[in-house]
Design a protein around this ligand. Structure first.
Ligand code: ZN
Ligand code: CU
Length: 485
C-alpha cells in the first residue's frame, strides 16, 4: 500500500474475530470503515484511523437483518428503534403479514384488526407508497428499512367490502399500486391470509398481485392461510403462487400450531426441500414456542396457554393469563377473549422440538415478528437475535455461531435482495454489530418482556455508530433501502 489515503480510515476495529455473514469460519482480523463502507479487512496494524475500537475478545459481524417486522410506524414514533438496535439489528423489513402502513388513509375510529398492530387510524396517512418512503427519508431512523406492500392494506385501499373476493377492476387497481410500489423501491408483496381484510382473497387474486411484484423483480412473503391442521394445503398454495407468478416466496414465521400438529415440521420441511428443486422458496422463524398477534377467538382453543398483550376495553389485563381473566369474569376463555377485543395475545401453541428443527433448517432466516405497540409484548420483540446466538447456538449447540450469524445476515440479504448488505467484505456497507460471544443472551421474558439483551457492545449503521456500551448515540444514519437503487 502507498499514499496516506489508502492507509487511513474513519474507524478501525482492532483485534477482534470477523464473522463475515456467509457462514464461513471466523477469522482473526482488523476491519476498517471509511465513509459508509467497509474499506479493508486483514492485518491493519499500520493503518491510521480517526478512531480505533478495541474488539479484543469480540465478534465483528454484519449488522443483523430483521426480515419479519411490524416496525412500519416505529420508524417514525421511536426512530432510535431501541427494541431492535439493542439486539444488534441494523435493518428491518416492514410491511409483513399483509399489513403495510402505506398506501392507505383510514377514517377516524379504531382501525380494523390487524391494522391496529401498527398503530392508530391517524398513523395511516399515506396516499401513495412513495409518500411513505419520502417521509422516512425526510426523518430517518437509526436503522435501515426495506419495504413490502401488504394485501390487507391494498384491499382496504381499493375495495368497499373486504369480506369478498376482489372484482376484476379492483384487482387491476391493486396491481397498479403494487407496480407503483415496486417502481419506487419496494422489495415485494405480502399477505396475511388468516386476517379479516385478507382472508376472502382467493389464490387467483393473490397471483395477480404477486405477478405485479414479479414484474418489478420482487418477492412474495406470506403469513399463510393456515399454520395448523391445514398447513400442507397452505404450503402448496404458497408454492403454487410462486410458480404461477414466477417469483421467490418466503413463508413467514414458519410453525406447526396446535398440539395435534406438533412434530409435523418434519413433513413441512420436506415439502420445502421438494419445492426448492424447481423454484425459490424461503422461510423465517422466531426462537420461541409461543406466537403472538391480535386476539383471534378461533385460536384460543388451539393454544395451551394465552397471555393478553393489550386490550382496548380492559387495558388492566395486559400481561395477565387468560385462564385467570376468565375465572375473574366468570365465563369461558373464549368468551373472555371476545370481551377484550380489540386487543392482542400470546399463544403457547408450538413444540420446542419443532422450533428447533425449523431453526436448524439450512434455509431458515431469523425474523422477530415483534409487535412494538403492544403494552405487554411477546419477548421476541426485544430478545430474538441474542436468543438465537446465545441460547440456541452457544448454549444448546444447535448450530455453529457462524451459521447463526448467516441466518440473520448474509442469507437474509440475499433472499430479500439487499445489495452489499448482510456480509462483511471490502466495499460492503458498514452495517456492523460488535458482540461478546461469551455473554450474548436475551433478557426479555414472558413476564418481563421489555428488557434489553446482554452482550451487544457496539452497533454501526452505514458507517455511523448508533449504540455503544448500552447507550444510544442519537445518530440516525438509517436509509430507505429502495430496491434496484
Ligand atoms: Zn404473521
Ligand atoms: Cu407478522
Amino acid at each position: 500500500m502507498s499514499g496516506v489515503k489508502e492507509n487511513a480510515c474513519d474507524f478501525l476495529f482492532v483485534g477482534g474475530e470477523v464473522i463475515d455473514g456467509t457462514g464461513a469460519e471466523r477469522v482473526r482480523a482488523d476491519l476498517a470503515v471509511t465513509g459508509d463502507r467497509v474499506s479493508a479487512i486483514g492485518d491493519l496494524s499500520n493503518m491510521l484511523a480517526g478512531r480505533k475500537i478495541d474488539a479484543t475478545g469480540r465478534i465483528v459481524a454484519p449488522g443483523f437483518i430483521d426480515v419479519h417486522t411490524h416496525d412500519d410506524n416505529l420508524l417514525f414514533c421511536e426512530p432510535d428503534m431501541t427494541p431492535k438496535t439493542s439486539q444488534g439489528v441494523t435493518t428491518v423489513v416492514v410491511g409483513n403479514c399483509g399489513v403495510s402502513l402505506a398506501p392507505l388513509v383510514l377514517p377516524d375510529g379504531p382501525p380494523p384488526p390487524p391494522m391496529d398492530l401498527l398503530g392508530d387510524s391517524g398513523d395511516y396517512r399515506y396516499e401513495r407508497f412513495s409518500d411513505y418512503l419520502d417521509s422516512l427519508e425526510e426523518t430517518p431512523a437509526a436503522t435501515n428499512a426495506a419495504f413490502l406492500v401488504g394485501h390487507s392494506t391494498l384491499r382496504l385501499n381499493s375495495m368497499d367490502d373486504v369480506t369478498r373476493p376482489a372484482k376484476a377492476g379492483e384487482i387491476d387497481a391493486m396491481a397498479k399500486i403494487v407496480d407503483e410500489a415496486m417502481q419506487c423501491g419496494a422489495t415485494g408483496f405480502s399477505t396475511g391470509l388468516i386476517y379479516g381484510p385478507n382472508k376472502a382473497a382467493p389464490t387467483d387474486e393473490i397471483i395477480a398481485l404477486a405477478q405485479a411484484a414479479s414484474d418489478g423483480d420482487g418477492i412474495y412473503v406470506t403469513h399463510m392461510r393456515n399454520e395448523a391442521d391445514k398447513i400442507d394445503e397452505a404450503l402448496e398454495e404458497t408454492f403454487e403462487i410462486g410458480r404461477r407468478a414466477n417469483l421467490p416466496v418466503v413463508v413467514s414465521h414458519h410453525k406447526c400450531a396446535g398440539k395435534m400438529n406438533h412434530g409435523r415440521s418434519r413433513e413441512t420441511l420436506a415439502r420445502f426441500d421438494r419445492a426448492a428443486k424447481s423454484q425459490k422458496v424461503g422461510l423465517d422463524v422466531y426462537p420461541y414456542n409461543a406466537g403472538s398477534t391480535v386476539i383471534l377467538t378461533e385460536m384460543i382453543d388451539v393454544a395451551e396457554r394465552v397471555i393478553i398483550t393489550w386490550s382496548e376495553a380492559r387495558p388492566e389485563f395486559a400481561g395477565c393469563d387468560l385462564a385467570e381473566i376468565s375465572t375473574e369474569l366468570g365465563c369461558s376463555k373464549k368468551e373472555a377473549a371476545a370481551q377484550l377485543i380489540p386487543g392482542g395475545a400470546i399463544y403457547f401453541m408450538m413444540s420446542e422440538e419443532d422450533v428447533q428443527r425449523i431453526l436448524a433448517y439450512p434455509n431458515s432466516m431469523v425474523g422477530s415478528d415483534g409487535l412494538p405497540h403492544d403494552s405487554h409484548p411477546h419477548p421476541r420483540l426485544w430478545g430474538t437475535f441474542p436468543r438465537v446466538l446465545g441460547h440456541y447456538a452457544r448454549d444448546l449447540g444447535l448450530f455453529p455461531l457462524e451459521d447463526a450469524v448467516r441466518r440473520m445476515t448474509g442469507l437474509s440479504a440475499s433472499e430479500f435482495g439487499l445489495k452489499d448488505r448482510g456480509v462483511l467484505r471490502q466495499g460492503a456497507y458498514a452495517d456492523i454489530t460488535l458482540f461478546n460471544p461469551k455473554t450474548i443472551i436475551d433478557s426479555a421474558t414472558f413476564e418481563q418482556p421489555m428488557t434489553q439483551a446482554e452482550g451487544i457492545d457496539l452497533v454501526m449503521v452505514n458507517g455511523g455508530i448508533i449504540r455503544e456500551a448500552g447507550q444510544l448515540t442519537g445518530a440516525r444514519p438509517g436509509r430507505a433501502l429502495r430496491r434496484n437503487n
